[in-house]
Write a protein that binds this ligand. Structure first.
Ligand code: SF4
Length: 185
């Protein structure tokens, strides 16, 4: 097991005092930098920065950053949700580390989905059914990991099947390489 203990901090982001959503940081006692290329190989849409080193990933409306001694999660509702998210991520890291012999590590630096590219794939009807003021606002929140694709019901209409598939590929969570077992967050 790579991570067996951590300290959790839950706080309002300093750039957004009074926000109703919180950020959480799990401070680790173990250096997890060696698992980052394995996570990069298995998490779709992850952005790996070997220089930092850091790996950024969006999942379920959360922006997650893995650093050598910490895991940061944004956009959490409260401390309980933060604990659930962090525990799920720690299981993911441990499972990936345990299965590293089956995974080809990936040192490639991928780019984050481009805002305009994402926007162009949305229906662009500005219908507000997602709760956002426009498709552009929704695209921005998608790219920053604050919402998930399912929030746009219009994308499920048959005429948008191709765009939906492209977006799903861009924002997919986890590749089958490490499966989606019971412990998957
Ligand atoms: S529901 Fe979809 S189509 Fe409607 S505003 Fe939101 S993103 Fe645009």
């Amino acid at each position: 097991m790579l991570i067996d203990t951590y300290d959790l901090e839950v706080f309002t982001p300093p750039c957004d005092p009074g926000a109703e959503r919180f950020s959480a940081i799990a401070r680790l006692r173990t250096d997890i930098r060696e698992v980052l290329p394995y996570l990069n190989a298995t998490l779709r849409g992850a952005v790996y920065n070997p220089g930092a080193p850091a790996l950024t990933w969006t999942k379920g409306g959360h922006r997650i950053v893995f650093h050598p001694y910490q895991i940061a999660v944004s956009n959490v509702l409260d401390r309980e949700v933060a604990i659930q998210e962090v525990e799920g991520l720690i299981k993911l890291v441990n499972r990936t580390w345990e299965r590293r012999a089956e995974i080809q590590p990936n040192f490639e630096v991928r780019r984050r989905p481009d805002l305009m590219e994402v926007y162009k794939l949305l229906p662009r009807s500005n219908c507000k059914a997602c709760g956002e003021a426009s498709c552009f606002v929704f695209a921005n929140r998608l790219v920053t990991g604050q919402v998930t694709l399912e929030r746009c019901p219009v994308l499920s209409e048959p005429q948008y099947a191709q765009q939906q598939a492209q977006l799903a590929e861009m924002f997919a969570d986890e590749m089958p390489a490490i499966g989606r077992g019971e412990e998957t967050p």
